[in-house]
Design a protein around this ligand. Structure first.
Ligand code: GUE
Ligand code: MG
Length: 284
């Protein structure tokens, strides 16, 4: 029987712990950690994710600020807003929800966020620290995946990990985190030849493809651990992952569901890093 890697359950547990930490923190007379989430435009998926972040932040007891901006906003105006939060000593974490409108340069925006407030781990300084094996802030989705695997005592040392997807927010940072855990890592992507030959070698298969139920049992080695990063709406409007869950289930030793797997863990790691930065910014 496959182990279901229940991200929702671990997220709830970790967020309860964080809520207790915030209470203690307040009782010691410190100001509560503050997270600013900047959301530009009306993308419906982004709105759902930001809403979930706001709900979690409020439940934990953080000071949660969601700054909603029109998608006509000029790049320089956005950069000034970010700078004002950089300068504001009461702000511990700043996240700019991606993707950005086309006329705004993502690289410039991520570079503008104070690395000490970059709870998303996307600033080039934090990316570089992860690259050299001395991470400070981690991108939340890969960090959530590692945390969930560790919670279930899934050993990564020497294991063959195959990640499908080479994005800056999932595939590439996860590669570094897996290397830091002493795994052997392969990244496959849309141009990979004979994808199945790669995936069938995986002890741990991570799907971050962006295609509904792409991974069927013929892509999966018997007894593999499967991590599904996908968030797709199928033809019936139902949220499904990149993995055909029912099809691969009999074959795997462990699997993350969608919803309730990687998504809630992503949000929890954001909260965790906000708490950590809040502590640091208060000198603890
Ligand atoms: N600067 C930035 N940081 C991010 O961390 C970031 C981002 N931009 N852009 C988009 C991706 C995606 N992401 C998710 C967060 C929560 C869920 C989540 O809560 N998922 C729920 C279901 C959500 C639903 O019902 O649609 C679940 O899997 O159970 C999913 C995806 C954060 N991202
Ligand atoms: Mg993230």
């Amino acid at each position: 029987m496959a182990v279901i890697l229940d991200g929702k359950a671990l997220a709830n547990k970790m967020q309860e712990d964080l809520a207790n930490e915030v209470t203690e923190w307040k009782n010691k007379g410190y100001r509560i950690p503050t997270l600013v989430v900047i959301l530009i435009g009306e993308d419906s998926a982004s709105k759902v994710y930001v809403k979930n972040k706001e709900k979690s932040a409020q439940k934990i007891g953080f000071n949660s600020i969601v700054r909603r901006l029109d998608d006509s906003i000029k790049e320089e105006e956005l950069l000034l807003i970010i700078e004002s939060y950089n300068q504001d000593d009461s702000v511990d974490g700043i996240l700019v929800q991606l993707p950005l409108p086309k006329h705004i340069d993502e690289e410039k925006v991520l570079l503008a966020i104070d690395p000490r407030k970059d709870v998303d781990g996307f600033h080039p300084l934090n990316v570089g620290k992860l690259f050299v094996g001395d991470p400070d802030m981690h991108p939340c989705t890969p960090y959530g995946i590692i945390t969930l695997l560790k919670e279930h005592q899934i050993d990564l040392v020497g294991k063959k990990v195959v990640i499908i997807g080479r994005s800056n927010i999932v595939g590439k940072p996860l590669m570094h985190m897996m290397l830091n855990e002493d795994a052997t890592v392969t990244i496959a992507h849309s141009k990979t030849k004979n994808l199945k030959d790669e995936t069938l070698t995986a002890d741990v298969l991570v799907a971050a493809i962006g295609q509904a139920e792409f991974i069927t049992s013929d892509y999966v080695k018997e007894g593999a651990v499967v991590v599904d990063v996908g968030m797709n709406r199928n033809s019936e409007g139902k949220l499904v992952g990149d993995v055909d869950y029912q099809d691969v289930l009999p074959k795997v030793s462990a699997i993350t569901p969608v919803p309730g797997g990687v998504g809630p863990m992503t949000i929890t790691m954001l909260m965790e890093q906000t708490m950590n930065q809040g502590r640091k910014h208060c000198g603890e």
